[in-house]
Design a protein around this ligand. Structure first.
Ligand code: EPZ
Length: 415
């Protein structure tokens, strides 16, 4: 099991480049199943999750060729409506396969999703939408079986603006019969990116990025070349790394519009952030003050940045409160931060974080992707050595994190 070893680092300084977005690449790669032909997807991050997705697409009959961060996926033939339980069960993104396989094959067998232990991760909103579009659904033995010869458009209201459910239902609707309206839809940039990919292929989608999305089913989609947006959470993690070490630098290949809540919070805490079309400059050399944060669906403060800010607030002037409203169990990193000398108290969905702590290096365990990132950030400013086990969680969502951080002065190595 690989470990990440970090020793206290100087203020980070320099230029760092973001990879493509994991959470945009996964649904877009799944959506290639909808096209009889070869799609070329660029700016795909090389991560465990994207590698697993490509393995599943191959098992379904897709012909995948990878050249660094460009992936060709040819689905002229789609032979299977399911892939191995082990493969599908390793990450949440596998459930994005449900709609494209069902739409293409008339049936789909998908394992109940795996992924981070940050909550029970139900799929009821996905299934409610599929049922509204005419699918028959069976649950059992850890699988969901979906059947429907031809999906029909429907009006669907999501009880929660679920990212995955919105993405699955868009993919179900693009070649369904008639019109589909998704209300209370999620508005994350990754959804707009999926929609833009499908629109480029000939889909008729209106309102992606808002809470109401209208899709008019078309007969077929054409294969295209498409470049995935950059990863806003990786960018936010790098901003936090500069901030927690009191450094300054430039983050390239980023869309500042996708980072507004994170940028606003860092500015409120006293950091200088300068936004440009595809890069951001940040200077956090001045001691930052604390802040209160409530995670919300986009455009609110992203839940995927909560753990990173939990670490950051340990080092700021004064105490802060973070309320996690999206997932019910996303504080797994708190115990590990306290092992490093933090003083964080949890009460339900709220965490109370004492500032001005001088963290000390310790042996800690990453239990989910972003929790692991928070431990990396803590290790950068902690006295002594921090050893993080469970680095496989981190490799699921960050491309070459250690190498990128080393390039701006971090003392961090993957063992
Ligand atoms: C996506 O997960 C992302 N993953 C997550 O990123 C991200 O945290 C999340 O969206 C929210 O932004 C991918 O895109 C692969 P949800 P997803 O459906 O789709 C409840 C990371 O670190 N819900 O928006 O699973 C659910 O329990 C990962 O990169 C239902 O109740 O998130 C949760 O409380 C972690 N029923 C809330 O909605 C459903 O059918 C948000 O979940 C579906 C979801």
């Amino acid at each position: 099991m690989s470990e990440i070893v970090i020793t206290k680092s100087p203020p980070l300084c320099g230029n760092i480049i973001c990879s493509g977005s994991k959470n945009a690449a996964l649904p877009i790669l799944a959506a290639t199943i909808l096209t009889k032909g070869k799609n070329i997807i660029q700016n795909v991050p090389r991560l465990t999750d994207t590698e697993n997705m490509l393995e599943i697409l191959t098992a379904l009959g897709g012909v995948c060729n990878i050249n660094i961060n460009t992936v060709e996926v040819d689905f002229t033939d789609c032979r299977e409506y399911s892939a191995s339980y082990e493969l599908m069960n390793t990450f949440r993104g596998s459930f994005f396969l449900a709609a494209p396989i069902l739409s293409r094959m008339g049936r789909a067998r998908i394992s109940m999703p795996g992924g981070c232990p940050i909550g029970n991760r139900p799929i009821d909103l996905h299934l409610k939408g599929f049922a509204a579009m005419g699918a028959e659904i069976e649950n059992g033995h850890g699988y969901v079986d979906l059947y429907c010869e031809k999906l029909k458009g429907a009006k669907i209201y999501l009880d929660f603006p679920s990212v995955g459910a919105t993405e699955n239902l868009i993919m179900a609707a693009v070649m369904a019969e008639g019109e589909t309206i998704i209300e209370n839809a999620a508005a994350e940039p990754e959804i707009t990116d999926l929609a833009n990919f499908l629109i480029k292929q000939g889909a008729k989608i209106h309102g992606a990025g808002s809470d109401t999305i209208k899709i008019f089913g078309v007969k077929c989609l054409e294969p295209v070349t498409y470049s995935v947006i950059s990863d806003r959470i990786e960018a936010g993690t790098f901003m936090s790394a500069f901030a927690i070490t009191g450094g300054h630098g430039k983050i390239e290949n980023v869309n500042p519009v996708h980072l507004k809540p994170v940028t606003a919070k860092l500015r409120e805490m006293g950091a200088y952030v300068d936004e440009h079309r595809n890069y951001i400059n940040i200077d956090a050399s001045k001691k930052l003050s604390s802040a209160n944060i409530k995670t919300l669906p986009f455009p609110g403060f992203p839940t995927d940045m909560q753990a990173q800010f939990s670490a950051l607030l340990c080092e700021t002037e004064g105490s802060g409160i973070i309320v996690e409203t999206v997932f019910e169990n996303r504080f797994l990193h708190i115990g590990e931060l306290n092992r490093m000398g933090a003083n964080i108290r949890i009460d339900g969905r709220s965490s109370y974080i004492e500032g001005n702590k001088h963290l000390s290096g310790a042996n800690v365990c990453a239990m989910d992707l972003r929790g692991g990132a928070s431990l990396v950030l803590a290790g950068l400013c902690a006295d002594g050595e921090t050893r993080i086990t469970g680095a496989n969680h981190i490799k699921r969502g960050y491309e070459n994190l250690c190498g990128k951080l080393r390039s701006i002065g971090a003392n961090i190595f993957l063992e």
